[in-house]
Design a binder for this molecule. Structure first.
Ligand code: SF4
Ligand code: SF4
Length: 170
């Protein structure tokens, strides 16, 4: 099925900046209500993900540095058939918060065709991004506002959620 990008990526930062105050107001007003609205958020996530082609985007792989755990290093080492120490040496560095991240972005495993060269063995943070399908979404609302500067899926979820305040269900 041909999917399409809903938001022009070159405009996502400006658009997110424009809507951020509105999203934050929504959060302040609906904080309590959001605690019981995971189902609504997850439905929006599914609908918008279905319409979004990550292979046309790859903005997260180009710009965000996922946090990488020891387990991720082990998986990557198996996939790349090199020692864990070599994975660290070749691809990783420790950032100012003490977390392991890729030495540089765009990610070294992102291909010109936007495919991930280690997709089956990619870091957990890559698997979980953009998080709009996780439980207790209200706990990551503010992080999602930040992610909306990068990810059209998050942007769409926040837009839909905040412009059509859901009724309290579940
Ligand atoms: S490892 Fe793969 S999914 Fe993760 S940032 Fe790199 S290219 Fe993207
Ligand atoms: S998860 Fe979001 S930022 Fe990453 S490729 Fe998909 S739409 Fe783009």
């Amino acid at each position: 099925m041909q999917k399409h990008q809903q938001l022009d990526l070159s405009k996502i930062k400006d658009e997110a900046r424009k809507f951020e105050p509105e999203w934050n107001r929504f959060f302040q007003k609906n904080k309590k209500k959001l605690e019981s609205l995971d189902l609504t958020v997850h439905q929006l996530h599914d609908e918008i993900s279905e319409k979004t082609d990550c292979l046309q985007c790859a903005n997260c792989c180009r710009t965000l540095g996922p946090m990488i755990t020891d387990k991720d290093v082990e998986r990557m080492s198996k996939a790349l058939k090199i020692k864990t120490s070599e994975v660290v040496e070749r691809y990783l560095k420790t950032d100012e918060d003490g977390d392991m991240v890729f030495k540089s972005m765009p990610c070294p495993f992102l291909g010109d065709d936007n495919y991930c060269a280690i997709y089956e063995s990619r870091p957990k943070a890559c698997r979980e991004y953009p998080h709009t399908d996780r439980k207790k979404f209200y706990q990551i609302f503010k992080l999602s506002v930040k992610n909306a500067y990068t990810c059209p899926i998050v942007f769409g979820v926040l837009q839909e959620l905040c412009s059509n305040p859901p009724k309290n269900s579940r």
